[in-house]
Design a protein around this ligand. Sequence first.
Ligand SMILES: N[C@@H](CCC(=O)N[C@@H](CS)C(=O)NCC(=O)O)C(=O)O
Length: 238
Amino acid sequence: MMKLYSGDLSPYSARVRLQIYAKGITDIVLERPASFGMPKFREDHPIGRIPVLDIDGDMMPESEVIAEYLEAIYPEPSMLGATPRETARIRTLARVGDIYILNNMFMLSAQSRAETRNQGIVDLLGGQVVRNIKALNRMIGTDGFAYGGRVTMADCALVPALFMVDNVLPSVGVDNPIPANANVAAYWAAIQTNEHAARVLVELHRGLEERRELIRSGAFAKMMAAAAAAQAAADAAG
Ligand SMILES: N[C@@H](CCC(=O)N[C@@H](CS)C(=O)NCC(=O)O)C(=O)O
């Protein structure tokens, strides 16, 4: 049986989970890898990030690659278009979610502690997010879905990306650009009523609350320091 190494707060994992839920796939086990964040995980997985799809010991990283693979082996219901041109539109929107929004948001999320914030990083990446939300505003569907009136690979990438913009961008001191972009705001309000999107959003919020509690208690800083020390020791050992 296949396993998806995943975590509640991992937006890239949430992208694949949304696809799994919307397709009604029930034979993939979702699991948080015990070694995630430790040298062992990076030893076992060169990129060292989740999600990873474990196909009987054959490890496949990268959310977009996993999404395309799942689409190929579980073609119904399709999360792509009815024509090659529609599929290209869906993939373009998914790339806006992944590369133009989520990648910048993910890099920005480490800047939420005001005491250690690097304002140059926030200005650079936050500026990109604001610009790209404006671009999305001109591209996004106006019927409650990213494209074509049903859940597609575009929604799978955009829901976790907009979750990060809505919930994490203000914590690095950048105003949330969603309300000022009417089409994105309408999409964001509508897609949250979709049962599959709502399910991953519950998981993402649960993960964010857990993370914030670990930060409040000081446990997160200790975990990060322990992981960094273990990684430095592993690197030094070659
Ligand atoms: N491009 C990758 C990004 C995956 C990624 O950054 N995952 C994060 C969690 S959402 C992670 O594992 N971070 C661990 C690290 O940065 O060491 C994908 O699309 O899967």
